[in-house]
Design a protein around this ligand. Structure first.
Ligand code: ADP
Ligand code: MG
Length: 296
């Protein structure tokens, strides 16, 4: 097989007056696990449905596994978990999973998908009787049962409890470990931090950052120096080496810096009365808030 798992070139999508995607370029290599992050309305779901061939782009092109997304979907190469997608209500869980397995050329044994989603005990239940979290696990079973090359998941852990989340990520990791590709949208930054090789940050229908979790964090300055200042001119904090951003509240100072060692040296040289100095690493959450301009 040739080509990336997913390729998007200058993809746009408008819904009437609303621009959901404003020109997205994205390559996802085989075997990668990519987290799509962004505030509500950023265009994550739109991007994923275009990647799945469920929606056509307004302009630009999308290809999945070297062919148009619709073809890849029909050929059973893509597993799908969509936000709040409907499920057949009046069938038993095991029968639904088996029916979807039948749509793929080389599916897993349905029992294995039930086990992967931790719902073996629900096999005989009717879908209509399930709780929200249980339904989400069924969606996950349907996503993996075809043993697809590309798994596309839109906010897969919404509604799951801690144990359900852990099980889902463990299973997804096992699949990507075997060379499968996963692209998932999430609101939970910790999930991107823990499970993705790469983070694509979307805001206002554009990719505003793309790289490893470490790269995205470093875009907003690698770490944060906090201290209390009891003298000196705070307006000169900006010229300390490495500093990219300064915030001051009373005596309390926070400096975003690319080079905390250099910043600290300068800080102690320039300010005699600086106290309670700490260096913190920036978490993905702060990077996210800075890069998306605080919308969430
Ligand atoms: P996200 O998944 O990041 O929250 P979406 O892709 O769902 O973002 O939405 C992007 C933008 O497009 C939002 O402004 C949303 O309101 C709008 N939008 C999404 N789907 C539709 C639709 N079917 N009709 C009209 N507007 C839509
Ligand atoms: Mg969405």
């Amino acid at each position: 097989m040739t080509g990336n798992a997913l390729e998007m070139r200058a993809v746009t999508k408008d819904y009437g007056p609303v621009t959901a995607l404003a020109g997205v370029d994205l390559d996802v290599g085989r075997g990668e696990t990519v987290a799509l992050l962004g505030p509500n309305g950023a265009g994550k779901s739109t991007l994923l449905t275009i990647a799945l061939g469920l929606r056509a782009p307004g302009s630009g092109t999308a290809r999945v596994l070297g062919r148009p997304p619709v073809e890849a979907l029909r050929a059973g190469r893509i597993g799908v978990l969509l936000q709040e997608s409907g499920l057949l209500e009046d069938v038993r869980v095991a029968d639904l999973v088996a029916a979807v397995a039948g749509m793929y050329p080389e599916p897993l044994p349905p029992r294995q998908a039930l086990r992967a989603a931790n719902i073996e005990d629900l096999a005989g239940k009717r879908v209509g009787r399930l709780s929200g979290g249980q339904r989400q696990r069924v969606r996950f079973a349907l996503c993996v049962v075809g043993d697809p090359d590309l798994l596309v998941l839109d906010e897969p852990t919404v509604g799951l409890d801690v144990e359900g989340r852990r099980a889902l990520w463990q299973e997804l990791r096992a699949r990507t470990g075997r060379g499968r590709t996963a692209v998932f949208a999430t609101h939970y930054l910790a999930e991107a931090d823990d499970y993705a090789d790469r983070v694509v940050l979307l805001a206002g229908g554009k990719v505003i950052a793309d790289g490893t979790v470490a790269t995205v964090k470093s875009l907003v300055g690698g770490s944060e120096v906090r201290c209390d200042l009891y003298g000196g001119d705070p307006s000169e904090l900006e010229i300390l080496p490495g500093v990219r951003q300064v915030s001051i509240e009373g005596r309390s100072v926070s400096l975003r810096t690319n080079d905390s060692d250099a910043t600290l040296r300068g800080l102690f040289l320039m300010y005699d009365d600086v106290r309670d100095v700490r260096v913190l690493s920036i978490d993905l959450e702060s990077a996210f808030v800075t890069l998306t301009g605080g919308q969430s």
